[in-house]
Design a binder for this molecule. Structure first.
Ligand SMILES: *[C@@H]1O[C@H](CO)[C@@H](O)[C@H](O)[C@H]1NC(C)=O
Ligand SMILES: *[C@@H]1O[C@H](CO)[C@@H](O)[C@H](O)[C@H]1NC(C)=O
Ligand SMILES: *[C@@H]1O[C@H](CO)[C@@H](O)[C@H](O)[C@H]1NC(C)=O
Length: 350
């Protein structure tokens, strides 16, 4: 009979890289095992902040036309939205978010861009007009800021990556039809590619291996670009290295992760934000490994944003944070996004 139960007291004293784990049986006096840092002989040294890093990074997320719910929430022609999962992705990495509302007066939008340390271009469908122009302008500004010596990361996810492909190649017809709607897939790493300096650089080896065999990433797109066409375009192959590809439903290969060769710009033809934060499709992987992919992807973005030395006035940051807006829960429909932030009117908070 297993009636003899040990109870364990776990005491973790964590400071800097020192972890002391003391385990004791209940029969012993607990007092004997609780050691103050000064008693361990190791001491507690809280490291001084690294002056080269920004510990309060803020990520700008660009809103997309519509309400994110095909009119169920809001039919205003000027409405734009951000799926909350992109906000949560930045937050999961330790950043706060400022929404960049794509159709607000450009001057205001670019003032807000001065308050952030990196940008996310989200998924969606808008490939022309004002939305295309604004993505182009923000992207150009991001490159300028990097050229000017400020580290300024960009995550371009799904539509965001498709738009950068069009912008960099200067070819609006460069995308191809692919069959990758609402399905999970693996990622195939380009032979011998180095993951250093890419989003995968701190993925554990076993997770990298699982990514190539398990369906750990969510796909939901009808467009893409084949590795041959990508490499065949001089501008694209100069700017990006292909890190992973995927096979679509017709076993046609498309480029799925790219890393800029010279800028902290990462493109994803998959959805790192969905695994942990979206529930509207039964195809979204939610395993511990899949959620770990979301978390590591969040960590990489924010670790890059911490290198940004842009430190705007805190009060301006506060008055523009996403916390000034309320998301709407729309998950009852069982499809689409679970939560969206909807923007219908200008909000001049600067
Ligand atoms: C938007 O318009 C559609 C079609 O007319 C309608 O079904 C829907 O209820 C409207 N949405 C709202 C929030 O009023
Ligand atoms: C939509 O935006 C345009 C341009 O800013 C503005 O002229 C128009 O009044 C807005 N419409 C609504 C319904 O807010
Ligand atoms: C990858 O590395 C292996 C071992 O170094 C080498 O034999 C192979 O040719 C490389 N493949 C490519 C495409 O460079």
């Amino acid at each position: 009979m297993w009636s003899y139960v040990w109870s364990l007291l776990l005491l973790f004293v964590v400071c800097k890289d020192i972890i002391i784990i003391v385990m004791a049986k209940s029969t012993e006096s607990p007092a004997a095992v609780i050691l103050l840092p000064s008693q361990t002989g190791v001491g507690s040294v809280c490291s001084a902040p690294d002056p080269s890093l920004n510990y309060k990074p803020v990520i700008g997320v660009l809103s997309h036309p519509g309400d994110g719910a095909t009119g169920r929430l809001n039919n205003d022609t000027n409405a734009s939205y951000i799926a909350a999962s992109y906000v949560k992705l930045a937050e999961a990495g330790g950043a706060r978010v400022i929404p960049l509302i794509y159709n607000e007066p450009e001057e205001l939008l670019f003032q807000k861009l001065e308050l952030v340390n990196g940008v996310i271009f989200t998924g969606g469908w808008a490939k022309e007009g004002l939305y295309y122009d604004i993505v182009n302008k923000i992207f150009t500004k991001a490159l300028e800021r990097n050229d000017g010596g400020e580290h300024f990361p960009v995550y371009a996810i799904c539509l965001g990556f498709e738009l950068l492909t069009m912008i960099i190649s200067q070819n609006r017809d460069i995308l191809e039809k692919v069959d990758a709607k609402n399905s999970a897939s693996s990622l195939q790493f380009v032979e011998n590619v180095s993951t250093q300096g890419t989003v995968f650089q701190r993925f554990p080896q076993d997770l990298l291996k699982k990514l190539t065999t398990d369906c750990l990433v969510m796909q939901n797109h009808q467009f893409g670009i084949s590795p041959d066409n990508f490499e065949g375009n001089i501008a694209l192959s100069r700017f990006f290295k292909i890190v992973t590809t995927c096979l679509d439903g017709n076993r046609k290969a498309y480029v799925s992760t790219v890393q800029s060769k010279t800028y902290p710009v990462t493109g994803f033809q998959w959805h790192p934000e969905k695994n942990a934060f979206e529930w509207g499709s039964s195809k979204i992987p939610h395993s511990e490994d899949a959620v770990h992919v979301t978390q590591l992807t969040a960590n990489y973005l924010v670790s890059e944003a911490r290198k940004s030395q842009n430190r705007p006035p805190p009060e301006k940051v506060l008055s523009n944070l996403i916390y000034n807006y309320k998301p709407t829960y729309c998950g009852y429909e069982g499809r689409g996004y679970d939560e969206v932030y909807i923007f219908t009117q200008q909000r001049s908070l600067l």
